[in-house]
Write a protein that binds this ligand. Sequence first.
Ligand code: CP
Ligand code: NVA
Length: 324
Amino acid sequence: MRHLLSLFDVSQQELQTILSLSEQTKGLLARGVRPDWLARMVLAMLFEKQSLRTRVSFESGMNQLGGSAMFLGQEVGWQKREATSDFVRVISQYVDFLVCRAKSHGSVEELASYDCVPVINGLTDRCHPCQALADLLTMRASVGSLSGVQVTFVGDGNNVAVSLALASAMVGMRFRLLGPASYRMPEDQVEKIIENYPNADIVQTDDAAEGMRGAQFVYSDVWTSMGQEDEEAERLAAFADYQVNESLMSKADANAKFLHCLPAKRGEEVSEEVIDSPSSLIVEQAGNRMHAQKGLLIWLALQHEQLTASRLAADGIELPLGIS
Ligand code: CP
Ligand code: NVA
């Protein structure tokens, strides 16, 4: 059974297939076409943390494809009322996909370990693969080919940074993390990226000139992620010199675009001028969450033979490599 706990769960070719399905489905939607490729399929969305984009875009995406989605919050008692083994083996009889946003990455690994329903990571403390899919779509729409393009992530080496670094390695992009030395990406994650993608071009630096030089995309995220609220004061002090503002943007490429996964704390990690500037792609980027996840759901349905390639072809989808 295929899951998406991180982008390590797909090959480079599979990633390209998901992006292509996303772009083609986005194109159909723009022409008012909403094929019901996932008709009567059901997605459960199990969330331990707050969400706007992930929750709503998954639900809308499923509906647009003819399926449905249900939100499961605290009331279902996951990890409280019964063992996860019972929880997931039961729910897998009711639903076709399970998206989970969990405090601990180990929790989504545990759900997937029973291999009874495809599990999609909707954000954990370790990574945010669905965000990275949308980020790649957004950058591709902006510059075309991503090979050799540089994205500089400014701030904390957090879940969003880790997924973006891996996504960059998988498509041949250069990745820079600019921020204080004590907030780098976890070493084991960087090592795993380099082990899997030896050509990965990843540099972590606290030097603004070095980090921003050559950046076509400048990315930021909150300095204090969900679950780190106790560290907020310490983090505000540590990141104070790393706000993405006009002065920092002037060190990037002249036409550099600004990205942010949102929600943003305006006036902290990014200035109002930059987030609202013409170079800011944040609205398109958030919109692409839905298109990316539709591509992912379609790809998973193909993998599990709940959808056929000929059905897609009948609706004019060009079949990417690896799907017959
Ligand atoms: N970027 C993102 O995942 O947003 P939400 O937390 O609102 O889902
Ligand atoms: N790093 C942030 C991303 C939110 C989408 C967090 O984990 O809270």
